[in-house]
Design a protein around this ligand. Sequence first.
Ligand code: FAD
Length: 113
Amino acid sequence: MGGGVLVGGGLKSVFIKRVPLGNILSDEVERQGIPILRGKKLEDIKAAAEGGAVATFQDGTSVSGDYLIGCDGVHSRTRQIIDPGFQGPAFTGLINSGGYTSGVEVPSEPVKE
Ligand SMILES: Cc1cc2nc3c(=O)[nH]c(=O)nc-3n(C[C@H](O)[C@H](O)[C@H](O)COP(=O)(O)OP(=O)(O)OC[C@H]3O[C@@H](n4cnc5c(N)ncnc54)[C@H](O)[C@@H]3O)c2cc1C
């Protein structure tokens, strides 16, 4: 599922596949009793008269809260709404690549979680 690299006696980086990481985070959110509404697509955000924010979804439903955190990725609808002048993300080109393998000798021991 993942591992880490020890450099100079300290854990410097941790590798974990994205799906297990997502499952760990959503399991913890639900363990803390925080509801996750799946399948909702953010359409609009408005400041509430009494303070806080109201998020409206494409299915016509809405939720309100004290504040709103947009974690909706590189094509963020939240960013489109709060910063309509943003030109959009720019492709950086390939900056890294990697993969999983076995039977390869490496100079340090991988740390398994
Ligand atoms: C193939 C691939 C491999 C990668 N490998 C690595 C890696 O090995 N290591 C690494 O560090 N990074 C990797 N990345 C990059 C990493 O996945 C992203 O940097 C990271 O997921 C960004 O997190 P985020 O929360 O900003 O957005 P995301 O993870 O993209 O999450 C955004 C979420 O918002 C949801 N969403 C979007 N629009 C709406 C809307 N209107 N309403 C409601 N929800 C919405 C999406 O469905 C999604 O669930 C990889 C990316 C790809 C595509």
